[in-house]
Design a protein around this ligand. Structure first.
Ligand code: HEM
Length: 466
């Protein structure tokens, strides 16, 4: 991949769209088509778009037309200005609709303020730094178990199956209070919701969309039963589902439909993104062996490496909004009712914000990536996701001396998720493993935000080339 040497300032907006210009600058490229994201390196395309068409009209192709936002600053503006850019019409290209989303006003992700505040307050307590710390020992136990199993088997493994899909589902089970025997079924359904079915390479997009709708309906039925059962009888399991269900009589609490929808939302939002982040991080370590070795020598680099992994291969490619009023953004005139799609996949490689954005730099600091969004809808699960990624990375570099691809990785077929369906890896065990029974080095501060805090290892330096 070419490394553009532009400095941090924006240089050219030549050919930027004129106000009201709805000429599609990429008529031959359909950014909404899931297959495209699997077959082309879109970073080169987005580099050109950020320079020449920061906000442009993507004409109707596989999906209805929408404004496309490619730069970091404009994306942040869309995230933060919820009065102008509403989330109530669906959050992805596949669920976006002219009318309100059926979950609007009830499900946190598709609800705008002021209603959003009540919903977010109800689930927020489950994500406090204290709540995440409580889960840290269980996360560490699981990670150690999965990785020592790989080491002991001493043969190539599919990292997605063996590790990346198992950790987030287990953690979502703990958080939500899901019966362990249901977790495999939940994993299989949540992985279909973003058109990421196991046989995605063979299935047509329309079939995948049908499968996604079906999986969503099945999950809704599952959570509906679980919540209603939790309301009827007090259970020994004390997860989010049970505690929210018991609060449904309370005027400040969520009603039954809201508990069901938000539990479903958490199960989907928490598992697929984290699974993708873990597999993307593993692949980055294979592609940049110097980074792997640097982390082995100095595990205090783990927190900044995790932030860089999220920036470098942002699991959320895009998010959707609808304009509530006429507004100018990045030189384009957006009309009330127009769909607006931000591409954090592109924003996190914006050369106006990140020096050498295409370099994977595990010491990058500060790292103001927006992989977890920002503003009203910013990810409440970021602390939990970081805890899973840091623990996995800490244990990986402790247990293994090296890792290599055993076969070609297979990307998920999705316009929304950037992650892998298969990631075959061959590991070389470390000669000695010093601290296996101890907590992961970052376990005491799993929610700390190293994207913006003081750097633990001095300032950002780029050591890993392409
Ligand atoms: C690396 C893993 C993760 C990434 C990259 C990620 C990313 C994001 C992003 C970009 C948003 C903003 C959506 C929007 O603006 O429309 C979001 C929201 C959300 N995330 Fe995450 N997430 C991750 C893990 C988790 C986990 C572990 C949970 C919970 C268990 C979770 C629960 C949620 C919820 C409930 C929202 C909606 C918040 C709201 O609308 O107020 N996420 N996430």
């Amino acid at each position: 991949m070419a490394v553009p040497d532009d400095g941090p300032s924006r240089t050219s907006t030549k050919d930027a769209p004129l106000l009201d210009d709805r000429t599609d600058p990429v008529p031959g490229i359909d950014l909404a088509r899931p297959e495209l994201h699997r077959t082309i390196d879109l970073h080169a395309v987005f580099t050109d778009l950020r320079r020449d068409h920061p906000v442009f009209w993507h004409g109707p192709k596989s999906h209805a037309g929408f404004w496309s936002v490619t730069r970091h600053a404009d994306t942040v503006r869309v995230y933060r200005d919820t009065d102008t850019f509403s989330a109530t019409h669906g959050m992805t290209l596949d669920t976006l609709r002219p009318e309100l989303d059926p979950g609007a006003g009830m499900m946190v992700e598709v609800t705008d303020p002021p209603e959003h505040r009540r919903l977010r307050r109800s689930i927020g307590a489950f994500f406090s730094a204290g709540a995440v710390s409580t889960m840290a020992p269980a996360i560490d136990d699981l990670v150690v178990r999965l990785l020592t199993d790989i080491r002991d088997r001493d043969e190539p493994v599919d990292f997605v199956r063996a590790v990346a899909s198992r950790i987030p589902t287990h953690v979502a089970g703990l958080l939500l209070g899901l019966p362990p025997e249901d977790l495999d079924w939940i994993t299989s359904r949540t992985s279909q919701v973003f058109l990421a079915g196991a046989d995605a390479s063979r299935a047509a997009t329309a079939d995948l969309r049908e499968q996604a709708a079906q999986a969503n309906a099945e999950l809704l039925g599952y959570f509906s039963k679980l919540v209603r059962a939790s309301r009827r009888r007090r259970s020994d399991v004390r997860g989010l589902v049970q505690r929210l269900a018991e609060g449904t009589g309370d005027r400040e609490g969520l009603n039954t439909a809201e508990v069901i929808l938000n539990s479903l939302n958490l199960a989907i939002a928490g598992t697929q993104t984290t699974r993708s982040s873990l597999s993307n991080m593993m692949l980055a370590l294979i592609q940049f062996p110097d980074a792997f070795q640097a982390l082995r020598k100095d595990p205090t680099l783990v927190p900044t490496a995790v932030e860089e992994a999220v920036r470098w291969a942002n699991p959320v490619r895009h998010l959707a909004r609808v304009a509530t009023r006429d507004v100018e953004l990045g030189g384009a005139r957006i009309r009330a009712g127009d769909p607006v799609v931000v591409w954090p996949f592109s924003a996190n490689r914006d050369e106006a914000v990140f020096r050498l954005p295409h370099v994977f730099d595990i010491r990058r600091y500060p790292n103001p990536h927006i992989g977890f969004a920002t503003g009203t809808h910013s990810c409440p699960g970021s602390g939990l996701a970081r805890a899973q990624m840091r623990t996995t990375l800490t244990r990986l570099v402790e247990l293994f001396a090296d890792a290599d691809l055993a076969d070609a990785p297979q990307l998920v077929q999705s316009n929304f998720l950037l992650g892998y369906e298969r990631l075959p890896v061959r590991y070389t065990a470390a000669a000695s493993v010093p601290r296996l029974s101890a907590q992961a080095t970052d376990g005491d501060r799993p929610g700390a935000d190293f994207a913006t805090r003081d750097a633990p290892n001095g300032s950002s330096r780029t050591t890993e080339g392409m």
